[in-house]
Design a protein around this ligand. Structure first.
Ligand SMILES: NC(=O)c1ccc[n+]([C@@H]2O[C@H](COP(=O)([O-])OP(=O)(O)OC[C@H]3O[C@@H](n4cnc5c(N)ncnc54)[C@H](OP(=O)(O)O)[C@@H]3O)[C@@H](O)[C@H]2O)c1
Length: 274
């Protein structure tokens, strides 16, 4: 989802797209061969095993892709003189904070996915010296299966939806994130940053806004608790990431509601939404 939008948004430099068919990040030789052939100034690692509940069932896969995969990319990039940009997640935090998380707040992931991404961050810091890590959250975009798409699809067949109301975070549009990654790379950003759309909401509030902006207000929507939802992976109750690290570099992301409007416009343009 993010990779597709990166390719769309990044027209200011020569980009070399790479999918899992070009290199499986779990296999060090494949990663090394790809980077040795392409010799990029920067390597942007967006690939990940992103199935949060699936990671509980398949922890080996989550760690192989998100931790060992990140290490393989870090080692090859370091050896071949490529700087490294890694995309990480709000799920490295445990959600007990009462204010937005800053990049140097202690991490304590609650689920296997968050643990594997935290291990990926550690591998980047250990095996490379010139890196930028951007943590983001609650991604949505036209190129992938995402929460707004699921809500829109469900609203076509169900008169009432139930959505979790006790998890709060910042929805982030992959196009805005892609533009920000491009700008951060172009300004040679270093260190750990938090990059999400501005503002925050619960999944319930997010769903309500999706239906409102899609003119489907007639669909009833009922708030439920995380316990009611009964998902395999524990999720942080509060994972809002502070924009301070971006703002300190003179950068700002749009508000999530405006970003949602742009996403819906894109769906309409692609004929996926009336
Ligand atoms: N989605 C979210 O809400 C969210 C939130 C916070 C952070 N993030 C992070 O943001 C980044 C982008 O997420 P996304 O939602 O755009 O991901 P996505 O749509 O699930 O795409 C992940 C990509 O990783 C590739 N991949 C998986 N295993 C691989 C392997 N072994 N070797 C090489 N490539 C592999 C997949 O390729 P194939 O399809 O070919 O397997 C896929 O193209 C990830 O690093 C994720 O951890 C996501």
């Amino acid at each position: 989802m993010l990779g597709t939008d990166l390719l769309k948004e990044w027209d200011t430099d020569e980009l070399i797209p790479a999918s899992s068919q070009d290199a499986d990040v779990r296999i060090a030789e494949q990663v090394h061969r790809l980077l040795a052939r392409t010799r990029p100034d920067w390597t942007v690692l967006t690939a990940a095993y992103t199935d949060v509940d699936g990671s509980e069932r398949n922890p080996e896969t989550a760690f192989a892709v998100n931790a060992s995969g990140a290490e393989n990319v870090a080692r090859a990039a370091k050896e071949l003189g490529s700087r490294l940009f890694f995309v990480s997640t709000d799920y490295v935090f445990d959600g007990t904070s009462t204010r937005p998380y800053e990049p140097d707040d202690p991490i304590a992931p609650l689920n296997v996915y968050g643990q594997s991404k935290a291990a990926g961050e550690k591998a980047i810091r250990e095996h490379h010296s010139d890196w930028c890590i951007a943590r983001t959250s609650w991604l949505f975009g036209a190129a992938g299966a995402c929460f707004p798409e699921k809500i829109l699809r469900a609203s076509e067949t169900r008169p009432e939806l139930t959505v979790v109301a006790d998890q709060v975070g910042s929805p982030t549009f992959t196009r805005d994130l892609a533009r920000m990654i491009r700008d951060l790379v172009r300004m040679d950003a270093r260190g750990t940053l938090h990059v999400t759309n501005e503002g925050s909401c619960s999944w319930f509030e997010f769903a309500r806004e999706i239906l409102r902006q899609a003119s489907r207000d007639s669909i009833r929507i009922k708030p439920i608790t995380t316990a009611d939802a009964g998902r395999p992976a524990i999720r942080p109750a509060y994972s809002v990431l502070s924009p301070a690290s971006l703002n300190a570099r003179g950068l700002r992301m749009p508000d999530w509601r405006d970003a949602l409007g742009c996403y819906l416009k894109e769906l309409r343009k692609q004929g996926k939404l009336a």
